[in-house]
Structure formats: C-alpha cells, structure tokens
Design a protein around this ligand. Structure first.
Ligand code: ATP
Ligand code: MG
Length: 741
C-alpha cells in the first residue's frame, strides 16, 4: 500500500505534491492550462482514499462534463481500484439530480420527476407565452427562456424576479416565468436550471438534509471552478461551507461561460471567502510545446483583467503554428481533410486529431468533406442523437409510464404514430385534466367524460390508452429497461408505422431506435457498477443528463470534431482551429456587445488544447445565412507573433473561385513553394499531369471515387459526375487528384 502511495506521488512535481497531500481545509489552485490541475484533483482523491483520510463515499468531485467525470473516475480507479463506485464523481447537474431523486418529495415532486431538456423547456415557455397572449414576434420564446434561465442561475425565483421588473420586456418575462414555473411543477418536471435551484432549495429549507450531505461529503473537489455560476457556488457553500474541506482548481484565463451566468469572481474571490486557504501555484506545463504556449500567452496578454501566470515547458520549441488562408469554407474543409490524410499516412492515429470551431453550424461542411474522403470522425455535443424525433418519442413513451402528469411528453406521443388524435381533441383532454384536477393520464383513460370530444376521437383515445395501460402494468413489474422499450415500440404501433413507411429515412429511424435499445441494454447490464438498483426512472435520468452533453469515444479510427466550448479540459496532439475570421471567431455578437475578452479566453482555451501541432485556418469568403460574406482574418491570428508561425501567403487568386466554389479544390496556388507541405494536399492521388480528358471518360478521384466526365470547359476545367453520391463537380484537370481508368 505504501508503495502504491509512493508511486502515486512520484508522478507529481513539488507544488502538485503539496496540493495532493494537503490535509483538511480549503485549497485553491489557480494556474494556467496544462499545468496538471485536473491531475492534481485525481491524485488527491486517490491519496485521500489510499491513506484512509476519507472513505470513497465521503468524496464529492465535480467536473464540467460527463466525459470528464468518467475520465476522472477511470483514473482514480487505476489508482485505488474498484472502491471508486461509492464516490460521487459527476457534473453539478448529475449530482443535483441524484440528490433530488432522494429528496425532491419534500418540495412536492415525486421521485419520478421528468427532466426537460432545452427544447422541451422552450416549448413549454412558448405555450405559456401563447396562453398569456404575448406577441411571440415581439418577444421570442428563446429570448424569454434565456432570461428566465439567467434569473434561475442567480437564484431569483419568479416572485423575486417580479419585484425587480423595470421594462416592459421584464414584465412580460415575469408573467411567463410565473406561469412556466407553475406548469413545470404541475407536470412534476424540472428543467436543467431547476436541478440546481431545487437542490439548493432543499438544502436551505431542510436543515436535516443539509446536515446529512454536509456530514457525508467530507471532501468536496471542483474542477474548472472558474466557470461556476451563482447557484452552483451556493450549492457548494451549503455542502462544504461548514467543514471547509473544499478543493477547487481553475484558471481565470479559461473562463468561457460568462454568457451563461458563470461568475469569474467565484475563483478570484476564493481567498476572500476562505482567508486561510492553502494556495498552490503550478507553473510547469506538461502538455504543449513552447511555441504553442508562447502563442497562447501572447494572445491572452491582450486581455486586461487577467492574472499574470508564468508557464514553461520542457517539451521543446516544437514546430511553428501553421496559419493557412483558404478561399472559402469548402476549401478550408478540404485542406483539413487533406492534412489529416497526410498525417495519418505518417502513422498518427486519427483519435490524436481534433478539429475545433466556434459554432456548431460550421461542422456541416467539414462533415460532408470528411465523409467523402472516408475519414472517420465523431462530433462531440453536436450529434444530437437524443434530439432526433424518434428518440424523443420513444423517451416520451417511457416517461409517461413513470410520470403520468407529464403533459409535454403526452402531447408528443398522443398522435405519434398517427392514430387520429387531432390538436383540438388533445387540447380538450388537457384542459379537462386541468379543470377536473386529475392527471393527463387519468383524463385520457376516460375520454367519455371529456366534454366536447367526438366519437372518433374518443375511440382513438380508448385504443391508445389501452396500449398504454398494458405498458404501464408491464413497467410496474420493473423489467429490464431494454425489454420494456422493445414492448413500447411494438405495443404503441410506433415500429409498425415506420416499417410500413419503407423509406430510407424511416429505415434510418428504425436503426436509431435499435441503437436506443442498445443504450438501454447497456444500462441494464451495468448493474454492478452502480449503487442504485436499475429502474426505468434511473435510466431516464441518465439519458436526460447524458443527452445534454458529450459522449466521446476513444475509438482509434475517429477524428474528433467539436466546438471550442466543448474542448475545455481536453488535449490532443494535433489541433485544427477553423474559421479564424472576424465575425466568426471572434463571434460577431461578441464584437458588437463587448464580449471580446471572453472570446479571447476561448481562443486561449483552443490554442492550449494542442500538444504538438497546431493549425489556424481562415477563409476569404464564407457562406453566412445563405449569402457569401468576406471576413477579415481574425485578430487572434494577428495576436500570435509572426515568428511563431508558418503562413501561406498568396499574392492573388487564380481561377475565380468565389464564383464557382467547386473549382477551388484545385485553384492554382500562385507562385512559390507552399510552406508546411501546402494547403491542398488533399488527394494524394497522381494529378492528371497534362492528361487530356474527354466527355464520357471514366475517372477515379482520390477522395470522391469513381466518376465520369460529363463536360470539358475552357481553362482545363472538367465536370465530373461521381457515382457514389451523384454529385457533379468542376475540377481543374491538371491539379485535381483524378486519373483515367
Ligand atoms: P486545463 O487547464 O487545460 O484543464 P490542467 O491544468 O487540468 O489543464 P491536466 O490536464 O491535469 O492540466 O494536465 C495536462 C497534461 O499534463 C496531462 O496529460 C497530464 O497527465 C500531464 N501532467 C500533468 N502533470 C504532470 C506531471 N507531474 N508529470 C507528467 N505529466 C503530467
Ligand atoms: Mg483540467
């Protein structure tokens, strides 16, 4: 055992070790990227458990994403073995949801409360807006929901909010907020913000509950503390404020969630909150080359209110940062695909490569290109598996079986698949449930009592609820969730309707549902990894929480794509940063609304994810909302000292590529050698080398596969139709990686 502990400490430098062995009392690590903050937390947990200072179930460790939680758990497990099961290593939301499963009944919810995701919540806000007759054009549900969410994160309930109203907008929000809150409560549902707010409510209102958690979690540790907001801060205080065994780590330069109410002062004021806190500084970076660090430091230095931090590395100077200008977003995507192919050829595996961008929408062009080039990839946070209609439907069915009050879920499934329940009949049943003070389930079960319901509709409800009742009885026996799900899909007629459809799309939906059954089976099978017995409610909770965030696989064959916000805490040997253009990154809204410092911190986060190779790309033109715009190179590119970079500078464009983007695949590069291997190494297949093409020639393209020449145009341009997807592309014959067959 002692040997294990020695080994544990051996992998740490002096200040890291100090933080790990620090006994009781508050601890703060405020240090730059890659300096081992997360590593310290992991090792500290292992050390506390390994030395017997804490039992695993006395540890509460908060991470920012589910993925980070999983990684931390795995790392601790490697250090102390399977005893980690009893630890709470999770996100704020998961920890609060778990707390509420046990204690929400004190606030009038059942254990089976539903967790609404953003889109459900927004729908509910919309309904409230309609009910209050607010002009939805004047104030969008999105804007109102955002304002409500903001209030919740500041722990302002509807009543408190109403008292501070200043403008007409705020008055509207106050009205909607009030109705929205009561609707949520009536449906036995919580939105994401509620998870934290209600957890705080329980802790504040019930001293014995607070006592229980505070006594139980004798050590509380928080990663990425710079991004906590007020309600999270309060929750931590309630649990750890008394024993004060609170260890937080973070970096003020990486605070990127201000727009969601994160308050950077939480970390900067930690020493005021806890004057006797042990403060540890970490200055050695173990992640990146000196070049990458220098670049990141140079960029962040342009912010005013940043704490100076010294970071050094002994990983060497490394290669310059490759800055590349491309014609448009398609050329940018092809450049990335080409580089990836080249790098992979050199023996790098794909999972060592990540591509970051500012907004989710930017991934589409890149995804199209990667698919064509047959480069496997995964999108983190953007795939939205759980947002697909069929998945949401299936989950709504399951949700109804545990929460008969859930009107949102009911509305979703009542006529899906189509069974002759129209909007009007549905509204009648809903308002009858309200009037009669019964659940929506009860109201639908007896449609004959609902005033104004036609015969056909009554019949439809009878049939529908007949199936639901059978499913409800099945669910009550607590069968494996995967079995229950399969029954739901068949009993409800859902699968049958899809099968009858016989389109490619419905086939895809069936496959997605099969995947959901797999997810459920995995849940059923992971019983021994959990404390709680498996249950439908448990499954739904897990889904609700995972769906919001990540789900990263360490598959060797996959390149990882994600937004910069999702990249926090992660590291990759090779990183591409796309769309470095004014208006894209920094984002237009940030430029206009004074959010530049936060954008710059986001740039700092992006740059410091890279271990070895870093690319920054920007396009001369880009399609924005359907029209072409011309953005200037991002200021963040210019803030990187030129000596640290390797740039492709092109005097001018050859063929008019903005006009016809398909040709830009192989737009002439201007003169001179292209540094860094060039930015159009996409194909790798032998170029045409002056080969003449004629209509009807069969060709093979390195990325797009087989095709046929359907036209030859002036300037050596050929038009090829590709067999794989039927697309037609204009290519410069001499430069494109095509060959005659
Ligand atoms: P970020 O601010 O980006 O979250 P961080 O400060 O949390 O970064 P870590 O992710 O903990 O940094 O560490 C960065 C990398 O350096 C990891 O791969 C980690 O394993 C490694 N590392 C940290 N400390 C040491 C050490 N003492 N010896 C060897 N490797 C280390
Ligand atoms: Mg970290």
């Amino acid at each position: 055992h002692v040997a294990d502990l020695d080994a544990l400490l051996a992998g740490l430098n002096e200040p890291q070790r100090e933080a790990v062995v620090h006994g009781e009392g508050p601890l703060l690590i405020l240090a730059g990227a890659g300096s081992g903050k997360t590593r310290v937390l992991t090792h500290r947990i292992a050390y506390l458990v390994g030395t017997g200072q804490a039992r695993p179930d006395e540890i509460l460790a908060i991470t920012f994403t589910n993925k980070a939680a999983q990684e931390m758990r795995e790392r601790v497990e490697m250090l102390v073995g399977r005893r980690t099961r009893a630890m709470w290593v999770m996100t704020f939301h998961s920890a609060c949801a778990r707390m509420l499963r046990a204690d929400a009944h004190r606030l009038g919810y059942t254990r089976q409360f539903t967790i609404y995701d953003q889109s459900d919540a927004r729908r509910l806000v919309k309904r409230a807006i309609e009910e209050l007759d607010v002009d939805p054009k004047r104030f969008t549900p999105g804007a109102i929901h955002h304002e409500i969410s903001d209030a919740k994160n500041k722990l302002r309930d509807a009543e408190a909010y109403a008292q501070m109203v200043g403008s007409f907008f705020e008055q509207t929000v106050a009205d909607v907020y009030k109705l929205y809150e009561s609707e949520l409560h009536r449906m036995n549902a919580m939105d994401f913000d509620d998870l934290l707010v209600r957890a705080v409510n329980v802790l504040e209102l019930f001293p014995e509950v607070r006592r229980r958690y505070a006594d139980n979690f004798r050590h509380v540790l928080v990663d990425e503390y710079q991004d906590t907001n007020h309600v999270q801060y309060r929750w931590l205080q309630l649990i750890a404020g008394e024993h004060r065994n609170l260890a937080v780590v973070g970096d003020d330069s990486q605070s990127i969630y201000g727009f969601r109410g994160a308050d950077i002062r939480n970390i900067l004021d930690f020493e005021d909150d806890f004057p006797d806190a042990k403060v540890v500084k970490l200055e050695q970076n173990y992640r990146s080359t000196q070049t990458i660090l220098d670049a990141a430091n140079a960029v962040i230095r342009n912010n005013r209110g940043q704490r100076e931090k010294e970071l050094w590395t002994d990983l060497g100077i490394g290669d310059p940062i490759k800055v590349r200008e491309l014609d448009d977003e398609h050329a940018e995507a092809r450049f990335v695909a080409g580089e990836i192919e080249r790098i992979v050829d050199e023996g790098v595996s794909r999972n060592e490569i990540a591509v970051f961008y500012r907004t989710n929408a930017q991934s589409r062009v890149l995804e199209d290109t990667l698919v064509r080039a047959q480069i496997g990839y995964q999108v983190i946070g953007g795939t939205k598996f759980y947002e697909r209609a069929e998945i949401k439907d299936a989950i709504a069915y399951l949700t109804m079986l545990v929460n008969p009050q859930d009107v949102v879920s009911f509305t979703r499934i009542a006529n899906s698949p189509r069974r002759g329940i129209g909007q009007t009949s549905l509204s009648r049943v809903i308002s009858w449930a309200n009037t009669a003070g019964i659940t929506i389930w009860e109201a639908a079960l007896e449609p004959d009592s609902v005033p104004g319901l036609g015969t056909a509709a009554r019949k439809s409800f009878h049939r529908f609820m007949g199936a639901m009742r059978i499913l409800g009885e099945r669910a009550a026996a607590n069968p494996p969730v995967s079995e229950l799900l399969k029954e739901v899909l068949s009993e409800s007629g859902y699968l049958e309707a899809l099968e009858a459809d016989r389109t490619i799309e419905s086939q895809g939906r069936i496959e997605n549902l099969e995947e959901l059954v797999n997810v459920a089976a995995e849940y059923d099978g992971s019983v021994d990894l959990r404390e709680e017995a498996p249950s439908l409610a448990g499954f739904l909770q897990q889904i609700a929480l995972v769906a919001d965030a990540d789900g990263r696989r360490d598959d060797e064959g996959l390149v990882t794509l994600m937004t910069l916000h999702n990249a926090k805490g992660l590291e990759y040997p090779i990183v591409f940063l796309l769309g470095c253009e004014e208006g894209v990154f920094p984002h237009q809204r940030a430029i206009e609304e004074g959010g530049l410092e936060e954008e710059r911190r986001l740039a700092y986060v992006g740059l410091t994810r890279a271990m070895r190779d870093l690319y920054m790309t920007y396009a001369r033109t880009r399609a924005v909302f359907g029209s072409r715009s011309y953005g200037a190179r991002s200021r963040f590119v210019d803030e990187v000292p030129i000596g640290l970079t390797d740039r492709n500078e092109r005097p001018s464009l050859g063929v008019g590529s903005a006009r016809e983007r398909a040709t830009s695949w192989s737009t002439p590069l201007g003169s001179g050698p292209i540094p860094g291997g060039g930015w159009d190494s996409g194909g790798g297949g032998g170029g045409g080398g002056g080969e003449a093409y004629r209509m009807g020639d069969d060709v093979v393209h390195a990325a797009f596969g087989e095709g046929v020449v359907i036209a030859v145009e002036s300037g050596g341009i050929v038009v090829i139709r590709f067999a794989r997807d039927g697309s037609e592309r204009k290519l410069v014959a001499d430069l494109a990686p095509i060959e005659k067959r």
